[in-house]
Design a protein around this ligand. Structure first.
Ligand code: CA
Length: 254
């Protein structure tokens, strides 16, 4: 089996206030196998970096609320393994030096092409010992394992087949296990950053995911200890970690 492309399962946080550039980067990354989240200012970028688990940050320096250099410094201090690439219109070498000194790994001066950006990312990711950080590879919650790198979901030792959106939804909830995740966040992460339409697709996908997990638990030869997805009315969902000890088998009358 050939090794996966370096970008498989890589999460990129795009920090860019320019709509045209941001949209272009976000769509371009998704089109090339990356997961992408796009923030338009420094404060929301820091919140997103702390809430999610990202491998790469593409960071514009001229942001509406904070200087990108400060964001780079904060991110480097909090996330030593994060790959930080500065995107800057400033060709002034003082800014580039300040960015690298603040902890960035690389920089690209605008305008740059998507092709060059992707090649630089691949080069950086290839040099990493194991691609995405180890803690990202498999999330274990009781008898549920969500392996975001291999895109596998195991209930006990049995792999269950999930549709792509079901898997992504489960992965986001699993990364935030025990914490409430809003409908807006789920729509943005799993469907589209700029989703403004109805969110019924979220409930349909979640119901289907729940059914598959319950069915897998019911089919298992032993009682399993699985996390439960709790509905938070008017807010979103929360994946509650499995309780200690095996859960009772669900009865046939569910
Ligand atoms: Ca800017």
């Amino acid at each position: 089996m050939s090794p996966p492309a370096p970008q498989e399962g890589t999460h990129v946080l795009v920090v860019e206030d320019d709509d045209v550039i941001g949209r272009h980067l976000d769509a371009g990354l998704r089109g090339h196998g990356y997961h992408s989240t796009w923030c338009r200012d420094g404060i929301s970028a820091l919140a997103e970096a702390r809430a999610g688990s990202h491998d790469v940050v593409l960071l514009d320096l001229g942001l509406p609320d904070t200087d990108g250099i400060d964001i780079a410094r904060t991110l480097r201090a909090e996330f030593p393994d994060l790959l930080i690439v500065i995107l800057t219109a400033r060709s002034n070498e003082i800014d580039v030096i300040a960015g690298l000194d603040a902890g960035a790994d690389d920089y690209l001066v605008k305008p740059f092409t998507l092709t060059v950006l992707l090649a630089r990312l691949r080069a950086h990711l290839r040099r990493r010992p194991s691609g995405p950080p180890a803690q990202e590879r498999a999330i274990r919650l009781g008898d549920l394992t969500v392996d975001t790198t291999a895109r596998r979901c195991l209930v006990g030792t049995h792999e269950i087949a999930l549709r792509p959106k079901e898997f992504e939804l489960l992965a986001v909830l699993a990364r935030h296990a025990g914490a409430a995740v809003s409908r807006e966040t789920l729509m943005a992460r799993v469907w589209d950053e700029n989703w403004f339409g109805p969110t019924k697709t979220l409930d349909v996908t979640l119901a289907s995911l729940r059914r598959r997990l319950h069915q897998a638990a019911a089919d298992a030869p032993f009682a399993l200890n699985l996390p439960e997805i709790t509905t938070l009315r008017g807010h979103g969902y929360r994946l509650d970690p499995a309780e200690a000890g095996p859960a009772p088998r669900p009865g046939p009358g569910r």
